[in-house]
Each structure stands twice: as structure tokens, then as C-alpha cells.
Design a protein around this ligand. Structure first.
Ligand SMILES: Nc1nc2c(ncn2[C@@H]2O[C@H](COP(=O)(O)OP(=O)(O)OP(=O)(O)O)[C@@H](O)[C@H]2O)c(=O)[nH]1
Ligand SMILES: [Mg+2]
Length: 675
């Protein structure tokens, strides 16, 4: 691959509803540009983009892929990401390093949930947008209708092409900028006169396009109003400006699987979308490169995707990871085309490459020339919101699972592994059921670790609600030395003290020696770990040690510890023990239309809505408290309720009493599991 200057580079992220055709669009473009010698198919599992085993078996993209190709003396880095929003980590990495987004639309389906999300992701990253109406090889496509609905939803969408027709009729397009026909022949295209039968419609559409385009530039508006001729070059220049400013969004047509129109879309990417030089974050000549994706290959080791944001990155360079404060040696600099790589001597600011075997660098880190460099803003990944408890099936799976989890969390910042201190479970957290299930599949298939999976246990607690005096005596006479300890304690509820257990030594007159007191405390606290209701830790109370007896010879720490434990076990059932459950604060973002349904559902989950606010356009933010026991599957349920449009985050708030009428069921369930 040749070397390109920044102004000859385009970084384009492909976004869409899952399955609209992003990877197929990229595949067609690779073939058209000559990067590949044959076109792969999603169904055959041989596309350049979806090469990971899970992508091949599921016929879908699960991981970001960069596909570099050369077109019209420029380099186009196509960044193909999954359409499934649960793989948001990949999507956010892609939008962070792209300079523009191509939103692919299934021409037959029109605007789908994923199209709205794609628009949102592009907007959040302030990316210029180009729409590509894909699947034009399907029959009966209502081109004008789709364009109208896009305009209604997204504003100044400007069709720069008019398709000859759809299905077998999609044999060419009218280029509305030049008002000429472009016929597709054998995957190449031929410029012809605009077909006579389309001339009227095409002229009317060109006028509409002109209306949108001239609005970008005051001088052009004036010319237009004075009926002066506006040239194709002037239109292109104004379009370019409008696209950069996100005030115009061009639209083109293609069929990726038939490879019709991909050359025209590539032309538009090169001619209309901003180049990397226009999008540089810094004009500083010093090296700074952002790691935006990490692949950990069992054989090849770490492979890091970098976008050079300023300066230049050459092969065999010493760099410094400013986040980790460690030196990193960059060996070969490679331009990725899916799993293939072309080696280059260096890449310039604005370009993307991969490098192998960095030791400390992970996604989000910045590499700079030396210690004086500064970090660029990384990627803001959301917190995962769904967990499953996992455990190795056999001893031989323990190490394999450990390796798998370590590598997979390095690769995917939205995947987390945490040990729940309260339940002792290992929890695998992800962005939803598909995300977590794909991770489980990788654990088993890629790393060969068999795991058992279950919903996470709710870390219930117990507490005491009535002050009770309890007595514990431990006495054993066996041969020589005996064991003796005798204590009286008062168990006193301390509402609102959370997981605290307070201990007060109120022994007066030396009923038991000072040095046995810590043993009593240890005994009571130890017994409280297994609550008397259902075995959950008991807390939120005070232990007052008020009396006791000791034996001159037979008393020991051990005997007093056991006496303390016995006193707790005797007293706690009398102290009206009750069950507590974790309550989480939820922030739920839903389109306005779903607010009622989501709030209704919260009520059925014992949720308490504390407020509703207006979020981004057309979106409501609901804040609510929900008991964790009712929200374990919320990510799946919210997705269903809102047809994939809702998102949420949650944090632990506090423990609350489980309503009395529900306690018996929880206790029975725990007893069943113990058996
Ligand atoms: N008829 C027709 N089918 C297409 C076209 N483009 C893609 N497909 C099919 O649509 C399906 C999904 O295509 P992909 O390229 O995987 O779509 P994607 O947007 O990358 O999907 P995700 O990665 O899952 O989000 C595949 O079965 C493709 O063969 C097209 O232009 N015409
Ligand atoms: Mg794909």
C-alpha cells in the first residue's frame, strides 16, 4: 500500500440497523477498489470484515474491523462495526476515530430503530453523515418515500442520485449534480446522457438538491436567486462544506451483494466527505496516537489499532504510553484490511494502523514520543448493565477460564469480571444478553473452558428489629482441662447503620476478664455472618456485652468465642429478624412514546419512580429505585418493551426491608438451594 498524506485519507465508520448491509457494503467496496480479487458473502462466512469465528457462525459483525482501500489516489479506511447496540463498545471506538459516518439503510425497510441509533451515535461524535440506501436490487422500493421519511426524521437529507429503478431495474442512477446517467455494467459504471424518461423527475430533484445545497453558502444563494448558472464544481464545494458542518446529509443508492453502485459511493466518500487533514484534532507535529481497539490473539499476542492524531508513526520507533507511564516499542506499522495487513514504512496524522506486541497499551491509551507528551481524550465506554454468575465446571477449567476472562476484558472494555464479595460469585458483566452470551461462547470455544452459568444471586442481608437479651454458655468437661465461657448480651437494632455491627463492652465489676472480651465479640460477629432466617449476613445492630461468668482454670478465648456465637444464635430468632434487599437507583432513557409503558412496568417490579426529565429530543429520562431482585433481567426486558430503543444505567443505593409477604418465598428458595 502506498503512503498517503492526511488530505488524501478518509476515515469512514459504517453504521446501521443490524443486518442492513454494512459489512456487505464494505466487501463490495474492497472488490471495486481492487483490494480483494473476489467478493465474499456473509452467508458463506468469507467476508474481509466478519472473519472472527463467532462472526462467521452467527452471520453478523461482533467486532470492529478496519478495511483500508485505495480509490482515486486516496486511502479510504472503512471502519465496519456491529449494528447490534449491545456491542456499543465497538461502535464507540469506531465513531471516536472516524471523520465521517456512512449510515447504511435497508431500502425496503426504511428507517429502523438501528437507523435512529446510528444517527444518534454519529451526532454524539459530531460526525458528518452520508446515507447509503442499500439493497436496491430488491423489488418495489419506494425511493421518494424513503427519502421523504429520512428528511422528516433527520433534516436536510439531499439525494445526489436518482435510481433508474429498483430490483432488476436498478441498472443505473442519475447523478443529480451533473444531471447525467451512470449505467452499471459488469460492476464498472459508464457515464451516459440522463435517460429521457427520467429527465423531468431528475430535473425536479436536482432543483430540490440545489435548494438544499445553495443554502450552505450566502454567495451561492445570491447567485441562485439571480438565476445565474451554478456549476457542478460549485455544488460539490458547497455540499462538502454543508456536510462538514452537519447541515447537509447526502444520500446515494447501491446494492452491495450485486455490487452495483459501490464505485459511485466511493467517489462520494472521496469527493464530498471531509478528509483527515480537515478533521485533525491538533496541528502539533509531535506524535500522539490513540489506541482504539485491542485484539488479543492466542498465537499472535496483542494487536493494537492506533489512530495517529498528530505527528507521524514510523516502523521501529520508541514511543511512550502516557496513561501507563511506560515505554512502548513500535515494530511494524501495518494497514489493516480485515485480518490481512499491508506493511508500510510510516503513517501520517489522521491515518489508522495496527501494531503488534505492545506490552502495556490497551484501548483508550495514548502513545506519544516521550514523557513530555500529553494524553488525548480516550473513549467513554458505558458501564455494563447485565450480569451472569459463572464458575469453572471442572478443575482443569479454572486456569483456562482465568486466561479467557483476562484476555476478553482486555479486548472489550464493556465486558467486566467482578467477584461479588457478598455472594462469593464471579460475575460476568456485559451490555445485554447477546453480548454476554457471545462472551460465554468465546470462553468455551476459543479458550476451551467449560463453565456453569446461572443468574446472579441477590445479596440479601438480615437484620434485627427488636431489642433482645440473650445468654450463651459453653461448657465441656473432658478429662483434664475443661472449657467454660458464659456470656449475656443484648442485641439492639440500629436502624440505618447498614452493614455495621457495633460492639460495646458493658461488663461491670469484672464479671469476666478484659482479655476474654475480644473473643466474645469475635464469636458474635462470626455467628452473625450466617443469619438465622436464611443464612444471609446479619448486620445493622449493636452487641452489648452486659454480663458473664468465667472459670479460673477452664475459661479460654475459644470457650468465650463459642459462648458468644451461642448467645447470638439463641437471641437472634427472638430479636424479630427480617430480610433486607439491595435497592438500586436506575436512570432509564426511553423515547417519549414508551414512557407510560416503562413506568407501568416499574410499578409491577416494586419500583418507585422518583422523577421524569426531558432528555435529548423526544427522549424521557426516568429515575427510579428498583429492588435488585426485580431487575436482574432488566436489560432484556427494557429492550423488549421499547423495541431496542431504551437504555439504562444503575448503581447500588441502599438496603431496604423485603416486604413481609415476599420474605417466606425468598427464605424457602434459599433453603431449597441449601439442600
Ligand atoms: N439482496 C441484498 N441483500 C443484501 C444486501 N446487502 C446485504 N445483504 C444481505 O443482508 C444480510 C446482512 O448483511 P451484512 O452485510 O451482514 O449486514 P451488516 O449491516 O453488516 O450486519 P451486522 O453486522 O449484523 O449489523 C446478509 O445476508 C447479506 O447477504 C444487498 O444489497 N442486497
Ligand atoms: Mg456487519
Amino acid at each position: 500500500m502506498q503512503q498517503y498524506s492526511s488530505d488524501r485519507i478518509r476515515n469512514v465508520v459504517l453504521l446501521s440497523q443490524k443486518g442492513a448491509g454494512k459489512s456487505s457494503v464494505a466487501e463490495a467496496m474492497l472488490f471495486t477498489t481492487g483490494s480483494t480479487s473476489r467478493m465474499g458473502k456473509i452467508e458463506d462466512g468469507n467476508t474481509a470484515s466478519d472473519f472472527q469465528p463467532e462472526e462467521v457462525s452467527h452471520h453478523t459483525s461482533l467486532s470492529l474491523a478496519v478495511l483500508a482501500c485505495e480509490w482515486k489516489k486516496s486511502k479510504v479506511n472503512l471502519i465496519d462495526v456491529p449494528g447490534d447496540p449491545e456491542f456499543i463498545g465497538e461502535i464507540l471506538s469506531g465513531t471516536r476515530v472516524a471523520d465521517a459516518a456512512v449510515i447504511v439503510i435497508d431500502a425496503q425497510a426504511g428507517i429502523e430503530v438501528g437507523t435512529e441509533l446510528a444517527w444518534k451515535f454519529a451526532g454524539q461524535a459530531e460526525l458528518p453523515v452520508m446515507f447509503v440506501l442499500n439493497r436496491m436490487d430488491r423489488e418495489n422500493i419506494e425511493f421518494t418515500g424513503v427519502v421523504e421519511s429520512l428528511r422528516e426524521a433527520f433534516g436536510a437529507v439531499a439525494a445526489v442520485q436518482l435510481p433508474y429503478g429498483s430490483g432488476t431495474g436498478f441498472t443505473g442512477v442519475v447523478d443529480l449534480l451533473g444531471l447525467k446517467g451512470i449505467e452499471f455494467t459488469d460492476t464498472k459504471s459508464k457515464v451516459v446522457d440522463c435517460p429521457a424518461e427520467l429527465l423531468d423527475v431528475a430535473s425536479a430533484q436536482r432543483d430540490e438538491l440545489l435548494d438544499t445545497v445553495v443554502a450552505v453558502d450566502d454567495e451561492l444563494t445570491e447567485k441562485y436567486l439571480e438565476d445565474e448558472e451554478i456549476t457542478e464544481a460549485e455544488m460539490k464545494a458547497a455540499l462538502h462544506t454543508g456536510i462538514r458542518e452537519r447541515s447537509v446529509f447526502p444520500l446515494l443508492c447501491m446494492s452491495s451483494t450485486e455490487n452495483l453502485g459501490s464505485g459511485e459511493v466511493l467517489n462520494a466518500i472521496v469527493d464530498l466527505l471531509p478528509n483527515a487533514a480537515e478533521s485533525l484534532e491538533s496541528s502539533n507535529g509531535e506524535l500522539s496516537a490513540l489506541a482504539f481497539k485491542t485484539i488479543v490473539d492466542p498465537q499472535l499476542g496483542h494487536q493494537t489499532f492506533l489512530k495517529v492524531l498528530s505527528g507521524e508513526l514510523s516502523t521501529n520507533t520508541s514511543t511512550h504510553n502516557i496513561n501507563k507511564r511506560s515505554d512502548e516499542r513500535v515494530g511494524h506499522v501495518l494497514c489493516p484490511v480485515g485480518r490481512q495487513h499491508a506493511e508500510v514504512p510510516a503513517i501520517v496524522a489522521g491515518d489508522i494502523c495496527t501494531v503488534a506486541k505492545l506490552s502495556d497499551t490497551l484501548t483508550g491509551d495514548t502513545l506519544v514520543a516521550d514523557k513530555n507528551g500529553s494524553a488525548v481524550s480516550g473513549i467513554d465506554f458505558p458501564e455494563p448493565n447485565m450480569a451472569l454468575a459463572i464458575s469453572p465446571r471442572t478443575k482443569s477449567d479454572v486456569d483456562k477460564l482465568g486466561t479467557a476472562l483476562h484476555r476478553m476484558t482486555e479486548e472489550d472494555p464493556t465486558l467486566r469480571v467482578m467477584r461479588d464479595q457478598a455472594t462469593g460469585e464471579t460475575l460476568l458483566w456485559g451490555m445485554g444478553d447477546s453480548h454476554v452470551n457471545i462472551a460465554l461462547e468465546k470462553i468455551q470455544q476459543k479458550f476451551g473452558a467449560q463453565v456453569d452459568v446461572s443468574p446472579p444471586q441477590v445479596p440479601y442481608r438480615e437484620t434485627l428489629t427488636k431489642t433482645t437479651t440473650a445468654h450463651g454458655r459453653f461448657k465441656r468437661q473432658s478429662g483434664g482441662h475443661g472449657q467454660f465461657g458464659d456470656v449475656t448480651i443484648v442485641l439492639e437494632p440500629v436502624p440505618g447503620s447498614g452493614d455495621e455491627i457495633e460492639f460495646l463492652d458493658e461488663i461491670r465489676g469484672g464479671a469476666i476478664s478484659r482479655n476474654f472480651v475480644p473473643a466474645v465479640e469475635k464469636g458474635v460477629r462470626g455467628a452473625a455472618v450466617d443469619g438465622v432466617l436464611a443464612g444471609f449476613p446479619t448486620a445493622g445492630f449493636r452487641i452489648r456485652l452486659v454480663d458473664g461468668k468465667e472459670h479460673q482454670v477452664d475459661s479460654s478465648d475459644q470457650a468465650f468465642q463459642l459462648a458468644g456465637a451461642l448467645a447470638f444464635r439463641e437471641g437472634a430468632p427472638e430479636a424479630r429478624p427480617t430480610l433486607l434487599e439491595p435497592i438500586h437507583d436506575f436512570h432509564i432513557h426511553v423515547p417519549d412514546a414508551f414512557t407510560g409503558a416503562v413506568i407501568g412496568d416499574l410499578n409491577s417490579r416494586r419500583g418507585r419512580v422518583s422523577g421524569t426529565d426531558q432528555g435529548d429530543a423526544g427522549e424521557t429520562i426516568i429515575t427510579a429505585e428498583i429492588p435488585l431482585a426485580e431487575a436482574q433481567r432488566y436489560s432484556i426486558d427494557l429492550k423488549q418493551m421499547t423495541r431496542g430503543r431504551g437504555t439504562f444505567g444503575s448503581v447500588f443505593a441502599r438496603y431496604d426491608e423485603v416486604p413481609q409477604h415476599l420474605q417466606a418465598a425468598v427464605i424457602a428458595e434459599c433453603k431449597k438451594q441449601e439442600v
